[in-house]
Design a protein around this ligand. Structure first.
Ligand SMILES: Cc1ncc(C[n+]2csc(CCOP(=O)(O)OP(=O)(O)O)c2C)c(N)n1
Ligand SMILES: [Mg+2]
Length: 474
């Protein structure tokens, strides 16, 4: 809300002030006071119980407790009217109980059950109840703050008397999105109250180590009102928030600051551009513009009590305008939904146009295609292709090796035992076997060697020729 429109709500020295005597609290009955206390205790008990379940590993995900902060949420929620909204961060149990959510769906949500308020999919950080204008817990620090501006925008757009309360921790105030939201909230004069719940720490970091200056005072940079209060005193919370809520709910367009001619021009330009696109939006603006112009002219013209319609008559006229606008919108939708000539149906006898379908055909000779494919390859840096030479065995080498070891071999040794010692694998082994076998045949042919194989694919045995002559005698 803009500071221009209200008195500054600043932090005064309130020590010694009895806030239970403030008008918003003085009217509370004993039962209502006990009711506030009971709700705070309910939050405390709910959290103590959930902590035990969490420590017993019954609850998954995170569990952020609100213990010690109960007076803030319960105080604020107790002031909520029909058109007020609430949104907060992940420390959201107190606000949920504060808006009146039942504890069973909340506990079920912690346990990840489908009976939970978010069907068990949100857990501790995502309690939601739109039916109570509770727009939930949010896990991204500061993420709910622009959404709070959106809730307030909705209230203002619908012309309702209400406000949004968006809660955040002290650490969240340093988030960029928070300042973007402040800016828009102030620029558009939105009925939103940003509540900083300062518990002194953001995770393990103290406020003095993470934040410069006063947190609430940053609102002054946006020309917004701000106030501080003791969050552990529910009476003080209620007194402060009541003041701010009233300021926010009373936000209105200040007609006296609106110049009529630029306004008319702005609307005409807009209507001209919208007419091409959407008739019903242009209609909305036309009605709004007409009403603003009318109300403004009422301010400028001298008062003529006899001719002035009463507020009731004006409200009736406005309602009538809105009904007419609604009817126009319906009619325009119906007209647009009708079948259209030359699109959905055609006049009898009118020639049907031939449908021309265009398909691109590309012609490319094979040579050009291959050149194009090779182009990226050619652009690459040339690299040397190194072939590692393989160690291959020649026939002569194998015959030499065979002759050398033939003398020391016992009679009938397998061909494998004649292979040279091979370091490589694959090709080298195959080359050694092939050349040894070829050399064997060569030596058999020369009469130096005898060769035996007992069946197809059976091992091949070798022995020296002279040995064979001796052995065959025995
Ligand atoms: C954008 C983003 N940054 C960091 C985190 C991790 N994180 C979770 S809680 C937290 C501290 C927030 O502190 P504060 O705003 O003071 O809230 P508190 O927990 O004290 O209520 C951080 C940094 C997050 N959830 N979202
Ligand atoms: Mg904090």
């Amino acid at each position: 809300m803009s500071k221009k429109q209200s008195a500054t709500a600043d932090k005064k020295d309130t020590s010694g002030t009895d806030f239970s005597k403030a008008p918003i609290n003085a009217g509370l009955s004993d039962e209502q006071k006990i009711g506030l206390y009971r709700t705070m205790i309910r939050v405390r008990r709910f959290e103590e119980r959930s902590l035990r379940a969490y420590q017993a590993k019954k609850i998954g995900g995170f569990l952020h407790l609100y213990i010690g902060q109960e007076a803030v949420a319960i105080g604020c929620c107790s002031l909520m009217g029909k058109n007020d909204h609430i949104i907060t961060a992940y420390r959201d149990h107190g606000h949920a109980i504060g808006v009146g959510m039942e504890m069973n769906p909340l506990m079920a949500e912690l346990y990840g059950k489908v009976t939970g308020c978010s069907k068990g999919k949100g857990g501790s950080m995502h309690f939601f109840d739109p039916s109570r204008n509770y727009w939930g817990g949010h896990g991204i620090v500061g993420g709910q703050i622009p959404l709070g501006a959106g809730l307030a925008y909705g209230v203002k757009y619908k012309g309702l008397k209400g406000a949004a309360m968006a809660f955040m921790g002290d650490g969240a105030v340093n988030q960029g999105a928070v300042h973007e939201a402040y800016n828009l909230a102030a620029l558009w004069n939105l009925p939103v109250i940003y509540v900083i719940e300062n518990n002194g720490y953001s995770m393990g970091t103290s406020q003095s180590r993470s934040s410069a200056g006063s947190l609430a005072k940053r609102a002054e940079g946006y020309n917004m009102n701000w106030a501080e209060c003791d969050g552990s005193n529910i009476y003080e919370v209620r007194e402060t928030m009541d003041r701010l809520l009233n300021l926010a709910r009373e936000q209105k367009v200040d007609l006296s600051t609106i110049a009529i001619l630029p306004l008319a021009e702005q609307y005409l330009t807009f209507i001209a551009s919208m007419r091409k696109l959407r008739l019903e939006v242009a209609g909305d603006y036309l009605v709004m513009a007409a009403w603003l112009a009318y109300l403004k002219s009422r301010l400028l013209l001298p008062e003529l009590p006899s001719e002035e319609p009463s507020p009731v008559e004006m409200a009736d006229a406005l309602r009538f305008q809105l009904l007419r606008l609604e009817a126009m919108q319906k009619a325009s939708q119906q007209i647009q939904a009708l079948p259209q000539l030359n699109v959905d149906f055609f006049m009898r006898g009118s020639p049907e146009e031939m449908k021309v379908e265009e398909k691109p055909i590309y012609f490319l000779p094979l040579y050009d295609l291959l050149t194009a494919l090779g182009a990226p390859q050619r652009r690459r840096k040339p690299e040397n292709y190194n072939v590692t030479p393989s160690r291959l065995y020649s026939l002569e080498e194998s015959a030499l090796h065979l002759r050398r070891i033939l003398g020391i071999m016992p009679s009938w040794s397998s061909l494998v035992s004649f292979l040279p010692t091979i370091e490589g694998e694959g090709l080298e082994v195959r080359s050694a076997i092939a050349s040894t076998f070829a050399a064997t045949l060569e030596l058999v042919k020369n009469g130096e060697l005898e060769l035996r194989q007992d069946g197809s694919f059976a091992p091949i045995y070798l022995r020296r020729r002279e040995q064979s002559a001796e052995k065959s005698d025995t």
